[in-house]
Write a protein that binds this ligand. Structure first.
Ligand code: Z5A
Length: 208
């Protein structure tokens, strides 16, 4: 049987990395075979593109160049990791996927979402996540958490309004795709966040 494709999304510092460890333990407990990966990245080529995308630089990066790099990395990632894993029956747990493109390039950079949809179709065909956990917190709290943890990448140098648009877009995606998306209140203490994630995963498992 084909594996399930689970993505985890949210604005900066929302706790994706922290909670992925919790999801891995949940999958171990349920004896599921899985691969954990991330976007941009997940293969040597895609990780190189990630580096290009995230490094702060003097040269201003055009929105189109950014969008095409995101999808170039994604094409390689799907080809090399996501499709083979799903076909072998493994679940794929992915830190960000195309919802991030609608949120960051679409809402954040104010790019044409029709263009994103065309690239999505070209690169993914019918591939879509089966379950998406959208971790949600007020932008300022996330930026504070992210700032305390590491030096800012090229995206983290953006203004608060940029991240407000990203957050609104994620909430809109959740509204538009209630079958696939679950919004998690990530402003709560970690144990409470993980209780919500655990409940969402159990519901998903029961539904399949
Ligand atoms: N990007 C894009 O533009 N278009 C696309 O299509 C895709 C991506 C796929 C890299 O993503 C960038 O790529 C991203 C958008 C762009 N923008 N940026 N930057 P990333 O996911 O690798 O990077 P990130 O969003 O910055 O994630 P992050 O910094 O790794 O944060 P996180 O994984 O969500 O959070 P964390 O490291 O787990 O937690 C942050 C801190 O908060 C840490 O100290 C934790 O201990 C703490 N934490 C976590 N949970 C809690 C709770 N509940 N309470 C208190 N403290 C907590």
């Amino acid at each position: 049987m084909r594996g399930k494709f689970i993505t985890i999304e949210g604005t900066e510092g929302v706790g994706k990395t922290t909670n992925i460890q919790f999801i891995q333990s949940w999958m171990d407990k349920h004896k599921l075979a899985y691969a954990t990966t991330r976007e941009p990245g997940g293969t040597p080529l895609a990780e190189q593109i990630r580096e290009l995308l995230l490094s702060p630089r003097e040269e201003s990066v055009s929105n189109s160049a950014e969008l095409l790099m995101v999808f170039a990395a994604r094409a390689q990632h799907i080809y090399q990791v996501i499709e083979p894993s799903l076909s072998e029956g493994a679940w794929v747990l992915c830190d960000r996927f195309t919802d991030a493109t609608y949120a960051y390039q679409g809402a954040g950079r104010l790019m044409d979402t029709g263009l994103i949809a065309e690239l999505e179709m070209m690169v993914q065909g019918s591939l879509r996540p089966d379950l998406t956990l959208i971790l949600d917190i007020p932008v300022q709290i996330g930026l504070k958490r992210a700032g305390e943890r590491s030096t800012p990448d090229r995206f983290e140098l953006e203004q608060v309004e940029f991240f407000e648009r990203v957050r609104s877009q994620y909430l809109q995606i959740a509204k538009d795709n209630p079958q696939r998306c679950v919004v998690i209140d990530a402003s709560k203490p970690l144990e409470a966040v993980q209780a919500q994630i655990g409940a969402a995963l159990e519901r998903f498992l029961e539904s399949i």
